[in-house]
Design a protein around this ligand. Structure first.
Ligand code: ATP
Length: 386
């Protein structure tokens, strides 16, 4: 194998490339937070300063989380294991009581309400279907307050929405994982909640099914008009599904933004490295340009002084040249693209290029940055050029 990075392609690629470790904490005051572009009114839910400490003296599991969710929006809470995503979701659902902070839905403070009084739907990780009830009865379960005929009509509507009308008589064990997921969603959506919470909803599905199901779930939520908050540690899932992503680390919100904002304008080396891959290099900036190990590069915003720059692997072009400035030290062919590890002096960098041209390990190359790169210093505000 040409790949000098050992096991997990995503993480070790970072470790092997010449990048510094992610900042241990989120930079204060740099969370971004553009409103949802599809908003047609005020936020459905406003969460302010949510905090949860499980053990006195320990770091809070959730530490001052502030965010909003709009009607019909799909928001993803994304971050590494233990960063407080599930605890945040459980507090929103009323399954966990915050030590500080407020949750308001449509202007009403629901912080102290029990889950059943919030009118919020919840899709559990294991779907929590009743094994002895068929699909129809599972979806009807929450509709016991409706007259029988009305409930049956609503179930029919929901099964049609999720495309399971033909399987109404099946028991959960006679369904695929993706179909069970859709039953759970139909059961939740039958109650027409303004907001549905989904905790790692695709973790029980295999990779192919996950890709298919997540698009179905997005389409179903959009069709139903319910907003959704989804917890995931899978950046690809968040990028593919969400209208906006809330990136969390160590109990705090690091950045809120659209998938494109988060990917193309990360506010810290943590976000730049957690969402996709980044080579973090130092440059000397003057306005919209900076001198870097790649020569002069364009910057996404004007700054002055020494800056850390997140250079995405796909922003670097490899140009084979006998006397090139760098050497290819590893290559991994992936069909749709290729990963290259290159060494320039003491520095190792990760590059992603198309599948067509194949450069052998040991070849000399020149490096060219073909796009604007993003300055990500923690104190970036103080460096912004007038
Ligand atoms: P994962 O992706 O692994 O599910 P997460 O981001 O959802 O992680 P949480 O489950 O919210 O993280 O946990 C945040 C922190 O709070 C972790 O350090 C966890 O160990 C701790 N924690 C969660 N629930 C409890 C609890 N009931 N008692 C004590 N500590 C808890």
């Amino acid at each position: 194998m040409d790949n000098p990075a050992a096991t997990d392609a995503t993480r070790t690629a970072f470790e092997d490339a010449d990048i510094r470790p992610a900042a241990p904490t989120c930079p204060a005051g740099l969370i971004g937070g553009a409103a949802y572009a599809g908003a047609s009114g005020p936020p459905l839910m406003i969460i302010e300063g949510l905090k949860r400490v499980f053990r006195a003296g320990e770091r809070p599991a959730v530490d001052g989380v502030t965010l909003d969710v709009y009607e019909g929006e799909l928001l993803a809470l994304l971050g590494p294991s233990g960063c407080g995503k599930t605890t945040t979701l459980r507090m929103i659902g009323g399954f966990e009581q915050p030590d500080a902070g407020h949750i308001r839905m449509r202007g009403v403070d629901i912080t102290d309400l029990p889950p059943e009084k919030r009118g919020i739907g919840f899709v559990f990780q294991d779907y929590a279907l009743f094994p002895h009830l068929d699909v129809f009865e599972n979806v009807r379960f929450g509709l016991h307050k409706l007259p029988r005929k009305e409930a049956a009509a609503r179930v029919g509507e929901m099964l049609e929405l999720v495309g399971l009308s033909d399987l109404a008589k099946r028991k959960p064990h006679e369904l695929s994982g993706g179909q069970q997921q859709r039953v759970a969603l139909a059961r939740t959506l039958a109650l027409a909640p303004p907001l549905v919470l989904l905790d790692e909803p695709f973790s029980n599905l295999d990779a192919a099914m996950r890709v298919e199901t997540r698009q179905e779930v997005r389409a179903l939520l959009k069709k139903s008009g319910s907003a959704g908050i989804l917890v995931t540690h899978d950046q690809e899932e968040a990028l593919a599904l969400a209208d906006r992503i809330v990136v969390m680390e160590a109990g705090k919100v690091c950045q809120i933004g659209t998938p494109d904002e988060i990917y193309r304008h990360p506010v810290s080396s943590f976000v730049a490295s957690f969402i996709g891959r980044s080579n973090i290099v130092t440059g000397k900036a003057e306005g919209l340009g900076a001198e870097t190990p790649f020569g002069r590069v364009e910057l996404s915003k004007a700054v002055n002084g020494t800056v850390d720059l997140a250079v995405r692997p796909e922003q670097i072009l490899l140009e084979p040249h006998e006397e090139g400035e760098a050497e290819v030290i590893g290559r991994e062919y992936r069909g749709h693209d290729q990963l290259y590890w290159v060494r320039k002096g003491e520095r190792r960098l990760l590059v992603i290029s198309g599948p067509a041209e194949q450069i052998e390990v040991g070849a000399r190359v020149n490096l060219r940055v073909c796009d604007c790169v993003v300055p990500i210093n923690q104190d970036i505000q103080s460096l912004i050029a007038e």
